[in-house]
Design a protein around this ligand. Structure first.
Ligand SMILES: [Zn+2]
Length: 505
């Protein structure tokens, strides 16, 4: 197909190489013609050097000779069913045309971001508003890295907007600046996110650009309309507080951390974190549930006769401490995965330290494990898990848990329909396979993880170090689709599902 285009580059960005971020992996553009129709164009890394000097954002170009491909990107930057790939033979010529319009934004009005309209969350959109309020920059752990973001409220109506990383840095100085002019922001190529009948928007890693008080027709028109309406008062921007540890509901509602079903985890190609709602179906005790750690550096110690040796401290260890390393198999109605809880999270889950659990065990019972662990079976939780590089490359099928809750409202909202049955069971029905006195057991405190330091113990996780070691034993394929014949709803199977009971070495 021979296409000859006259287009404006309305957005241009570089996607860095995953392993060498200083090297571009691809150059991506959105092109718009005079009628306002758009198409996405990609330049692979071998092609970039031929065009990098010529192409720039907002320039108008004549272009021809492309490879035309279907537009199958996960997040759609245009609604066009094709995209263009540049080759070395693609022809690009800059042209000067002052009459070529500058309406570069495809602005979604806020009234289209309500429950009355179904927004396709895979289609990126532009929003314009004036910043009404903002929160301080917050940090969150994503994979092995700390990421940061800022929440602002854009007003025409009210739209909660989350900007990540560099975008947060870009907008921050403007928030504390002049109070006498409205701060107009266009967020280009944002992702919509629905939570409880409301939409918010958040930035994407590379695609999104924020335009602050831009001198372009559409935002200028917005500003004029705002100023001429009597609604707008020149008020100083207000900073609203944000709890240092934002609540789980807040994370989910702002899309700071998304919810996912387990079967969709295989679609995740970036280090990130997700909330899941899952039922504990199996204790994975191949490598025990706890380990003896050096009290100095919490690394696992080597036992030599009656002595302990720490590789990290490079010395004999006088004082050791029992720490949790609890691996569980969970399912959510779409798939199974293995999750790993380290010391802090397991203490929060069980309300006891590893030492206390060890003491409750009889010395000579080689194959026993604490009843507290058995009591976890068939229980439903929301877990926040980290997706690390090792998970993405499928070397590791065990996901680290960094937070959890058994909050009923959240579970009811997020559990897959297949898990809902067990939620609706009455406590009596649920517990009837147990001894009678267990009926009076205190349930795990609701949203235990949100109250933070319920039990204080100074812990630092050396997780990466230990998990690479332990993933050898736990590295079996644990992600598999649910088979119909597996009766997962039967709570009386509890203890039999323990695959191996073994005392920790
Ligand atoms: Zn040590």
């Amino acid at each position: 197909m021979h296409w000859n285009l006259k287009v404006r580059v309305i957005r241009l960005w570089i996607v860095p190489d995953k392993f060498k971020p200083e090297i571009p992996y691809s150059l991506e553009m959105i092109l718009q013609d005079e009628k306002g129709d758009r198409i996405h164009a990609s330049l692979g890394k071998t092609v970039i050097k031929h065009f990098r000097e010529i192409l720039y954002e907002l320039g108008v170009f004549q272009m021809n000779y492309f490879v035309i491909a279907p537009n199958i990107m996960k997040f759609k930057t245009t609604t066009h069913k094709h995209k263009l790939n540049f080759t070395v033979t693609t022809n690009v010529k800059e042209i000067q045309d002052p009459s070529f319009h500058m309406d570069i934004f495809n602005i979604r009005t806020f009234d289209k971001l309500t429950i009355h309209h179904n927004v396709d969350e895979t289609k990126l959109l532009d929003v314009v508003g004036h910043v009404a309020s903002y929160q301080p920059i917050q940090q969150i752990k994503q994979g092995d890295n700390n990421s940061y973001f800022i929440n602002i409220v854009l007003e025409d109506d009210k739209l909660s907007t989350t900007l990540w990383g560099e975008l947060a840095d870009q907008i921050q100085p403007h928030l504390t600046g002049s109070a006498y002019e409205p701060l107009i922001v266009v967020c280009q190529l944002m992702k919509a996110h629905k939570f409880r009948e409301n939409y918010s928007v958040r930035s994407c890693w590379y695609q999104t650009k924020i335009w602050i008080n831009p001198n372009l027709p559409q935002p200028t028109e917005f500003k004029d309309r705002l100023i001429s309406s009597c609604d707008y008062k020149y008020e100083r921007l207000s900073q609203t507080s944000s709890q240092k540890h934002h609540s789980i509901t807040d994370e989910l509602s702002k899309g700071v951390v998304s919810f996912t079903y387990l079967s969709d985890l295989s679609q995740c190609y970036e280090e990130s974190s997700f909330w899941i709602a899952a039922k504990i179906v199996c204790l994975e005790l191949d490598s025990g549930w706890s380990y003896l750690a050096c009290n100095n550096c919490i690394t696992k110690v080597d036992t030599e006769g009656t002595k302990y040796y720490c590789k990290k401290c490079n010395s004999e260890v006088k004082s050791v401490i029992h720490r949790y390393r609890l691996q569980l198999s969970v399912m959510d109605g779409t798939a199974f995965i293995s999750i790993l809880l380290w010391n802090k999270e397991t203490i929060q889950l069980l309300g006891k330290t590893a030492k206390e659990l060890k003491e409750g065990l009889l010395e000579d019972e080689e194959s026993s494990y604490p009843t507290e662990l058995g009591d976890l079976m068939e229980k439903n939780f929301m877990f926040k898990i980290l997706i690390k590089d090792s998970n993405i490359n499928r070397k590791d099928n065990v996901y680290k848990v960094v937070n959890f809750t058994d909050d009923d409202t959240l579970l009811k909202e997020f559990c897959h329909p297949d898990l809902q049955d067990s939620l609706n069971k009455s406590l009596f029905e649920y517990e009837q396979s147990y001894d009678e006195d267990k009926l009076f057991e205190t349930p795990i405190k609701s949203s235990i993880s949100e109250c933070g330091t319920l039990i204080t113990e100074d812990v630092i996780d050396l997780t990466t170090k230990i998990s690479t070691k332990s993933s050898k034993t736990a590295g079996k394929s644990t992600r598999h689709e649910i088979k119909d014949d597996l009766n997962v709803k039967q709570p009386s199977n509890k203890i039999r599902k323990v695959i191996k009971k073994e005392k920790n070495t």
